[in-house]
Design a protein around this ligand. Structure first.
Ligand code: NDP
Length: 392
């Protein structure tokens, strides 16, 4: 695995807990001491660590050749997706990640860059599993499970992501601040009747009720899995993504944007070029450190309306995850936990042969059943609600 941040910490803990599948683990990242700290916290002999700059294909190839893994799990940043995929092709190793590629100089995420690897992975007989965190990731598996077991046709898909936790800080992001702020400040976008509709950032919002949490104001934002889900489930008439934000968070975000601290272009400060959002990351709380005082729950799921046996049906499948329980188990909060557990399960699906096919795939293209089974066993149990008002 490459990357030793919040998500990497969880992936390592979870892989180490299944030695029958993950018999040898290598944690590699830019800062080796962070890999060593994770390995020491787990305290198992079958974990090795290494330093690697994942922006450099040559360095990656050298490391992959020396360790000879069956799979590379990329939980570094989306900027490294393509270099790691290139290195996997060069060394003949399969690939998995949790977020689609973003160029550093443009806040824009799309699958086109990674889908373009389809022929090369197929020809090489290698598998690339894209977007195997929670959202994207489990949300795609939930949709595939709904399509397989509960619907003849899915018509309306609303992915709802609520973080009802409180970390006690005035402002912090739950995962890498640069990636997170780039994601939530962009224009809103959803799919309806075969085309994409754009909105101002946070223009559309409404209160939604989350199970065992209650009502939270939820904002329509664009999220990457919408792109692959409408392609892979062509009966979908409308697909949207909703995320909860508190007023304090939104106010901070507005100020950060208005004063230029969300800028991703370089500015010269005392003769040195700095990128404001990267400087901001350096002064904000590290998401890895939020866990200790984090209380409350996350709740992420899919609310689906469609047809079954000629009749309209609704279905809501979701997971609630406790920040405190995630911290007790892995030392990180629930946002890293809900991303890291599915990445481990996706890796397990590949290594056990359940999701092993040549080509580049989004998770919803595979059989959801074995993955859904493992979610229940590894800390992310899911629940279903049939034929109730979806509010949407
Ligand atoms: P962090 O910033 O905490 O960790 C990123 C890690 O990658 C750090 O260890 C960092 O090293 C390392 N890294 C960065 N650049 C390089 C490089 N060039 N070479 C080697 N290592 C590098 O991020 P998170 O753990 O919060 O997130 C990890 C990934 O998970 C991101 O891609 C994020 O978008 C994704 N994600 C996906 C979600 C989902 O549900 N699908 C939800 C949340 C996150 P260093 O420590 O030296 O900085």
């Amino acid at each position: 695995m490459i990357g030793a941040g919040g998500v990497g910490t969880v992936v390592a803990h979870k892989m180490a807990s299944v030695p029958s599948v993950f018999s040898e683990i290598m944690i590699a990242s830019r800062t080796r001491s962070k890999c060593d700290a994770i390995a020491a916290a787990i305290g198992k002999p079958h974990i090795r660590t290494a330093q690697v700059d994942a922006d450099k294909v040559k360095d990656l190839v050298k490391l992959i050749r020396s360790f000879q893994p069956d799979l590379v799990v990329n939980v570094a940043l989306p900027y490294q997706d393509l270099t790691i995929m290139d290195a996997c092709l060069e060394t003949g190793v399969s690939y998995l990640d949790t977020a689609n590629y973003e160029p550093k100089d443009e806040a824009k995420f799309e699958y086109k860059w990674q889908w373009a690897y389809q022929d090369r992975f197929k020809k090489a007989g290698l598998t690339a599993i894209l977007g195997c965190g929670f959202d994207p990731g489990v949300t795609g598996v939930f949709t595939a499970y709904a399509a397989k077991h509960h619907f003849d046709e899915i018509h309306y898909l609303d992915i709802v992501d609520c973080n009802a936790g409180d970390h006690g800080r005035p402002f912090a992001t739950n995962f890498n601040p640069e990636i997170n702020i780039r994601e939530v400040t962009q224009r809103g976008k959803y799919f309806e009747h075969g085309r994409w509709v754009e909105t101002e950032p946070h223009e559309i919002h409404m209160p939604l009720k989350y199970p065992e949490i209650g009502s939270r104001e939820s904002y329509l934002i664009y999220h990457e899995e919408l792109e692959s889900l409408v392609k892979n489930f062509p009966t979908i008439k409308r697909a949207r993504f909703w995320m909860t934000f508190g007023q304090e968070y939104l106010t901070h975000l507005r100020v950060i944007q208005n004063i230029g601290m969300a800028r991703i272009d370089p500015v010269v400060y005392e003769g040195i070029e700095i990128i404001p959002i990267q400087f901001l990351k350096a002064v904000l709380p590290n998401p890895v450190d939020l866990g200790e005082n984090y209380k409350g729950w996350t709740s992420i799921g899919c609310r689906i309306r469609g047809l079954r046996g000629g009749r309209e049906k609704t279905y809501y499948v979701y997971n609630n995850c406790s920040h405190e329980a995630a911290f007790r188990e892995t030392g990180t909060q629930a946002v890293s936990y809900t991303t890291g557990v599915p990445a481990m399960i996706g890796a397990m699906m590949y290594l056990t042969g359940a999701w092993k096919q040549p080509g580049v795939f989004n998770v919803e293209e595979f059989d959801p059943d074995p993955f859904m089974e493992q979610l229940n066993l590894h800390g992310l149990p899911w629940k279903e609600i049939h034929d109730q008002n979806l509010e949407l």
